[in-house]
Design a protein around this ligand. Sequence first.
Ligand code: PEP
Ligand code: MN
Length: 340
Amino acid sequence: MIVVMQAKATPDQIKEVEQTLEGWGYEIHPIYGVERTVLAAVGNPSEDEASLAEQIDALPFVEKSMLILKPYRLASREFRPEKSTVKVGDVVVGGNGFVMMAGPCTVESEEQLMTTARAVKAAGATVLRGGAYKPSTSPYSFQGMGEDGLKILAQAREETGLPIITEVMHIGNIDLVAKYADILQIGTRNMQNYDLLIEIGKLKKPVMLKRGMSSKIEEWLQAAEYILKGGNDAVMLCERGVRTSETYTRNTLDLSAVLAVRELSHLPVVIDPSQGTGRSSMVPAMCRAAAAVGADGLLVEVHPNPEKALKDGAQSITIPAFQQVMRELALVLPAVGRTL
Ligand code: PEP
Ligand code: MN
């Protein structure tokens, strides 16, 4: 940690800060400038550095402190310089292959899911998506089929061989959802549900952690740290768009998040252009862009009949549109050294 003293700090006050830092286990390297003093505190403190920095900041003669180490050790690139991969059956997320996860926003019926599952499988998807428990902004909109939806997903896996990703919304449901799911999805509204993250950290099961709709990359990586800290290292991230001043699109899909995560972390990143734009007309181009920018895969909403969808129809692409996306990806991916 670096501590910048206020210009008016007296030698006694500087000494006091030095002693406090030493008491926490730091070694102090001071720089006595003409105007002010800067203290470089190095070493492994006995307590959480961020909390110590807050205590230092509370002293009246301290200007500010800065942390040098990232607040997410296990998720950081320093901890693991090479990219990590998450294995889901035969599917590897984060390797050279680009992973397509597709299916309806929400499981609505056996027929709707089976039709979609067969079609996306035939087109080349390797993971089937579908929500059984849906977090909804409105309490009046469809909340999902619950366990019946999970059973239909399991049936689709049985028939197609596709592993399934589905959302777990709260702690009380983890065992039930984990019994059916191959990948547990943590939704944008739950990215900072720390109790949920801690419990998921105790499992040995792939997790996709969506970015909070107003979260900074650092907060997202700190959320991932909760899961990693618990011992579950099968974590992938999903950028699904963030809140901005724009209202034409549902969210602003932050493709630069892929690059930011790459620079800061070893975790794989998947793009969700469906929640990311809210508009089916934009989804195919965003799929191409996600592949070009270096994402590890996509999570795309596909519906056999979007205008009849119970949820997120406006952002769901049709089966023919999905087939076209797969043909386009087959052209884009080799150009950036990836395969489908
Ligand atoms: C979804 O994938 O359908 C969904 C609800 O996602 P998010 O949590 O990103 O809104
Ligand atoms: Mn959705």
